[in-house]
Design a protein around this ligand. Structure first.
Ligand code: ZN
Ligand code: ZN
Ligand code: ZN
Length: 355
């Protein structure tokens, strides 16, 4: 069994999804953000807020990214970086770790009430991004975990849609092309089909009120009553989205979630089977981003806990297939691991490329 030593740095920061998993109420993990009333009101500290930086990022540090080992690669690896000092902080941290892509929240993920983006921060974000050399097409916003676009409760659903719309509008202000959400949860109160119908209605609602940002549905690990453990479910949602918005809908594949959902990507055959399943269901052309996370839990365990690349139960080989598959070329690939090892993890991933 691979030795995992990242818990010793837990004090630095956990990823939002790790925090969900690490709550004292594991039975509601995964569903927690979307179904728990207390959580939805922002009172549960287990749900993450905007990522905090530990001070390694300074606003005067806008050096162009030196994509040394990664320079010629068609792979665009990065991480979900911090917005602790405003959205521009995420760019600066991406530069610092040698990322060619990054993800960010566009407002606090802990609370519903957030002040609007400051115009000066929008300008700063754009300026720092230009200086960074990171292509804007490789930026993915991750939606708040409070949002359940398939909520069985109409008032919660209304709140979720307002939250999605606000976040998507922020993406458009910042020039971020992708907005990635967890599809939603039945909360054990409605059928999967009913939930899928609600999620699609939420998507239609927010896509109608925005004009450029593409909505990405993330595959989940199939825990509890969450939707998205199967790519068939993502395909069913997409199938209910209006024709007018079909070009603004895609999928984000999380490797930890795929593995925990039962896709054994440790072998080349398993990786290819996953890609075939994705193609058969949502279609490969829908895949716009990846989340690169190793898994603390076994294949098929339906538990969501991220491990550093190569330190979990997927192991390096699973990532070797991905890093050498032309089907993953030119797509943002985002680490959602704890931040202490991002630089090393990015270098490790590029070292897996055969050429
Ligand atoms: Zn996760
Ligand atoms: Zn996610
Ligand atoms: Zn993810």
């Amino acid at each position: 069994m691979p030795k995992r030593n990242y818990t010793r740095k837990r004090q630095r920061q956990e990823t939002p999804e790790q925090r969900v998993e690490n709550t004292k109420h594991p039975k509601i993990s995964g569903d927690a953000a979307a179904c728990n009333e207390n959580t939805a009101s922002g009172s549960n500290e287990a749900i993450a807020t905007s990522r905090t930086s530990d001070g390694g990022v300074s606003s005067s540090n806008t050096v162009r990214t030196d994509h040394t080992a990664s320079g010629k690669s068609l792979k665009f690896v990065g991480a979900h970086t911090s917005i602790s000092g405003g959205p521009q902080t995420a760019v600066l941290q991406a530069v610092e770790i040698g990322a060619k892509a990054f993800a960010l929240f566009v407002r606090s993920a802990r609370t519903w009430k957030c002040p609007p983006l400051k115009p000066e921060n929008v300008e700063k974000f754009k300026q720092v991004l230009t200086e960074s050399g990171i292509d804007a097409s490789k930026i993915v916003c991750h939606g708040s975990y409070l949002i359940n676009p398939g909520s069985p409760d109409d008032s919660v659903l209304e709140k979720a849609r307002a939250g999605m719309l606000d976040e998507m509008q922020r993406c458009e202000m910042l020039g971020i092309p992708y907005y990635n959400i967890h599809p939603g949860s039945t909360c054990g109160k409605i059928t999967v089909d009913e939930c899928i119908t609600r999620i699609a209605a939420s998507a239609n609602d927010v896509l109608a009120q925005t004009f450029s940002v593409t909505l990405l549905l993330e595959n989940m690990c199939g825990q509890g009553s969450t939707i998205g453990g199967k790519f068939e479910e993502l395909a069913a949602i997409i199938g209910k989205i209006d024709q007018a918005y079909q070009h603004r809908v895609g999928v984000c594949i999380d490797t930890c979630h795929a593995f925990a959902a039962g896709n054994d990507i440790r072998t080349e055959e398993g990786w290819n089977t996953l890609m075939s399943d994705v193609d058969r269901t949502v279609g490969l052309k829908r895949v716009k981003a990846f989340h690169l996370n190793d898994s603390m839990f076994a294949c098929g365990a339906h538990r969501d806990r991220h491990a550093h690349i190569g330190k979990g139960l997927i192991g390096l080989d699973g990532f070797r297939w991905l890093m050498n598959d032309p089907r993953t070329n030119n797509l943002p690939m985002i680490l959602e691991t704890e931040d202490s090892m991002w630089k090393e993890e990015i270098e490790l991933l590029y070292s897996l490329c055969a050429n």
